[in-house]
Design a protein around this ligand. Structure first.
Ligand code: G1P
Ligand code: ZN
Length: 543
């Protein structure tokens, strides 16, 4: 017998969130949890039969075990070829690159992104389609529906495969290619950016650090920054992927990458520092004594796009997720290009990128990317900044403050209230929703409300409509408050409040954001009745 069919019971909790299925490791290891999801993918995606599947992950605990299970299930389900990153590694953007380059039918990416790893941490899996991007809602819904009715799964009667040596192995009728996880991706980076200019910048003594946070980008960053661009050894820190990320949150932000932030301060400060998350799709950009918000980063890169060789002739348009600040909108207006506002989650950029309507896109949550793949891409953002820095010859701080002087500054902050009781969180959102119709035209703490709605997105390419994507309250002075519940949390509900204010006057652009936004923050707290409804006095995380 080449394979065995086992009967199973459906799980009811396999509806993917904003970025796939994400649960505690122990959940994935319970019964047939992983196998049910994977079989549901094979059942719902007939193109995989006889096609090519890309497989890899961020190297976290359970990655290797999951890869062996998936390989055997792929064989039993008639997949022709699987491309696996050596060691089971593929960063999320590299997986997207490989899917596209080898015209695979799809890919399974194993990651819980920036969530902690290890036996007590999180694991995750998501399916990307042939364009290299996260499956669209209609596909994830089909997989989810299948997971509710599944009665059996198939798995090959085969031995584990050595995934640590490059080369081909057969598993019954299926071919397994163990590929260098870095090669194709590094080649793509060198085709996009001005490698000579960046090399010259580094050779001239420009100092940078890249923090891989013991996650998947270590090998990518070493190859690209140290080998190809000639940065000194040691430029990449925490560069060896560990199953538990060294016990840290592989989350590139001011809190979790505090050591890196410290390297940008004081007498011995480096000129530029950056970090990426567990699976390599997020980025944080720092200059000397300067933090670039992801919303500003997108706007600055869009304004400087033509300095990047692949975009020499200009970009057709840009997109940002709804809660991302409107800084990039102002650049788009100035450039006379299209600007789209999409729901949270990278999958909503896919159609716009495929159709060539946009080239750059981003989210406030440390996600930036372009049309080179269909995922956000941490190292792409770092390379884009290096490219711009090399050609402008100015510091990070000078580039960003100069940008504000030209376009105005969108002060911005996100407040997260984590682990709220689900009922209370939904009650808060429902109460806000009920008040929306009465707000437009009226005043809230002296500011005139221009619009108030629960964001609904109609995809301009396929016409699909996504409703209830977050509450937006926009004011006539350009400021805005957004409320939404997280789709990626694993414990209770997380309320995210996004606050933004526009400041055109250069004299008033250098305030600390929490101070500049204090009045709007108070308005948001009062309007949503955050304290009375949740008992919380302050957010758990302020970004
Ligand atoms: C969060 C971010 C969102 C991002 C997602 C996946 O989702 O806010 O921008 O696309 O992680 O990285 P949330 O927890 O807000 O639903
Ligand atoms: Zn990630």
């Amino acid at each position: 017998m080449a394979f065995t069919t086992y009967s199973t019971h459906p799980f009811t909790d396999q509806r993917p969130g904003t970025s796939g299925l994400r649960k505690r490791v122990e959940v994935f290891r319970q019964g047939n949890y992983l196998k049910n999801f994977v079989q549901s993918v094979f059942d719902a995606q007939p193109d995989l039969h006889g096609g090519t599947l890309v497989l890899g992950g961020d190297g976290r605990f359970y990655n290797r075990e999951a890869i062996q299970i998936i390989l055997k299930m792929a064989s039993a389900n008639g997949v022709a070829t699987v491309l696996v990153g050596r060691g089971g590694l593929l960063s999320t953007p590299a997986a997207s690159c490989v899917i596209r380059k080898y015209a695979a039918a799809g890919g399974l990416i194993l990651s819980a992104s920036h969530n902690p790893g290890g036996p007590d941490g999180d694991f995750g899996i998501k399916y990307n389609t042939a364009n290299g991007g996260p499956a669209a809602e209609r596909v994830t819904e089909a997989i989810y529906r299948r997971s509710l009715e599944i009665a059996d799964f198939r798995i090959a009667n085969a031995d584990d495969v050595d995934i640590d040596s490059i080369g081909s192995v057969a598993m019954q009728d299926m071919q397994i290619e163990i590929i260098d996880p870095v090669g194709d991706y590094a080649e793509l980076m060198t085709a996009i950016f001005d490698i000579d200019a960046i090399r010259a910048l580094l050779a001239a003594g420009f100092r940078m650090r890249f923090d891989a946070m013991h996650a998947v980008t270590g090998p990518y960053a070493r190859r690209i920054f140290e080998d190809i661009l000639g940065a000194p050894t040691g430029t990449v820190i925490n560069g060896t992927p560990l199953e538990d990320f060294g016990g840290h949150h592989p989350d590139p932000n001011l809190v979790h990458a505090a050591d890196l932030v410290a390297m940008t301060r004081g007498d011995d400060a480096v000129d530029f520092a950056a970090a990426s998350d567990g699976d390599g799709d997020r980025n944080m950009i720092l200059g000397r004594d300067f933090f670039v918000t992801p919303s500003d980063s997108l706007a600055v890169l869009a304004a400087n796009a033509t300095l990047i060789p692949a975009h020499r002739d200009g970009i057709p348009g840009v997109a940002r997720s709804m809660p991302t600040s409107q800084a990039v909108d102002r650049v788009a207006t100035a450039l006379g290009i299209e600007c789209f506002e999409t729901p949270t989650g990278w999958k909503f950029f896919g159609n716009l990128l495929d159709a060539g309507r946009i080239a750059f896109c981003g989210e406030e949550s440390f996600g930036t990317g372009s049309d080179h793949v269909r995922e956000k891409d941490g190292l792409w953002a770092v390379m884009a900044w290096l490219n711009v820095l090399a050609l402008r010859g100015e510091s990070v701080a000078d580039i960003v403050t100069g940008h504000w002087r030209q376009y105005g500054r969108n002060y911005y902050s996100r407040h997260d209230y984590e682990g709220i009781n689900d009922k209370k969180a939904n009650g808060l959102m429902d109460a806000l929703r009920a008040r929306l119709p009465s707000l437009p035209g009226g005043l809230l703490d002296g500011r005139e409300v221009a619009y108030a709605d629960d964001f609904s997105y109609s995809d301009p390419i396929d016409g699909s409509v996504s409703e209830r994507q977050g509450i937006r309250i926009g004011f006539t002075d350009g400021s805005r408050i957004v409320f939404r519940l997280s789709g990626t949390g694993t414990v209770g509900a997380t309320l995210r409040v996004y606050i933004e204010a526009y400041e055109a006057d250069p004299e008033r652009q250098l305030e600390e954001p929490q101070a500049a936004l204090a009045e709007l923050i108070a308005t948001a707290n009062r309007l949503a009745e955050i304290h009375p409804r949740t008992g919380r006095d302050a957010p758990d995380v302020i970004t």
